[in-house]
Write a new protein. Structure first.
Length: 107
């Protein structure tokens, strides 16, 4: 199981790759390639407008946001925000429970 031991603000790909290297024992370069391949699979499938479900982790989906009028809060100028596709991640119930249990233990 990969668990962050140092409490940095953000966890990046190098950190995850290092944890895979330390826990499984494969080379750093190979663990980095595995992580990059997983990310590429998620990106490619999301581009095909597929729903990506990872058991006990969550679901990645794409949503199309309609065109709308936006306002600059400083000067109140209006401008059009074009239609765009956004990526949505919804955590699984199991992941939410693990996160909430870890947060409650730290308090």
């Amino acid at each position: 199981m990969v668990v962050a031991t140092d409490y940095k603000k953000n966890l990046n790909k190098d950190d995850i790759s290092k944890k895979i290297f330390l826990d499984i024992g494969i080379s750093k370069s190979y663990s980095g390639k595995i992580l990059n391949d997983i990310i590429q699979i998620i990106i490619l499938n999301s581009n095909l407008k597929e729903k990506i479900k990872i058991k006990d982790f969550g679901t990645f989906t794409l949503r199309i946001k309609k065109e709308r009028i936006g306002r600059n809060p400083k000067n109140k100028n209006k401008h059009d925000i074009s239609e765009r596709t956004v990526s949505i991640f919804k955590a699984s119930k199991k992941l939410k429970m693990k996160i909430n249990n870890n947060v409650n233990k730290k308090r």
